[in-house]
Ligand binder design. Structure first.
Ligand code: UDP
Ligand code: MG
Length: 138
């Protein structure tokens, strides 16, 4: 057990659908703390860097197009075991497999428009937080 900070993105579908408040509330109710927040339009270079692990996969171009298609809410979320805990609240990557009660299980139906991103490891969290909050956290 350790206090961790993780990167969450409310993706363009979530922002467009007005789900930011609902999603932030779920993290706060669980007991996590917001350390930073930023509403931004992701550039293509930032999108390619953020999703570098998926470069070369068949869905990569669509993924980059989608994440750059509108405003994104970036959050630095902190708490005990926050990296796995936040992923748990989000549910499985494919909403078809996400349990009811999770963000994706309650709010999404499409793999390509699954509302949220969360870092998947300490290494990813460190790397992704630096990309979205280059000036550091409060
Ligand atoms: N994705 C997709 N098609 C796939 C696999 C993934 O469109 O076959 C999208 C999906 O929106 C997912 C994102 O690419 O959230 C990143 O994939 P990853 O496996 O990292 O899932 P995540 O970490 O977001 O759960
Ligand atoms: Mg991932």
């Amino acid at each position: 057990m350790a206090v961790e900070t993780t990167l969450v993105l409310v993706k363009p579908d979530g922002v467009r659908r007005g789900l930011c408040g609902e999603i932030v509330a779920r993290f706060e109710r669980r007991g996590y703390e917001l350390r930073a927040a930023r509403l931004l339009r992701v550039s293509k270079p930032l999108a390619r860097e953020h999703y570098a692990e998926h470069r070369g996969k068949p869905f990569f171009a669509d993924l980059v197009d989608f994440i750059t298609s509108g405003a994104v809410l970036a959050l630095a979320v902190r708490g005990e075991d926050a990296i796995a805990g936040v992923r748990g609240l989000m549910g499985a990557t494919n909403p078809a497999d996400s349990a009811p009660g999770t963000i994706r299980g309650d709010l999404a139906t499409l793999l390509s428009e699954n509302v949220v991103h969360g870092s998947d490891s300490r290494k990813s969290a460190r790397r992704e937080l630096q990309l979205f909050f280059p000036d550091g956290l409060v």
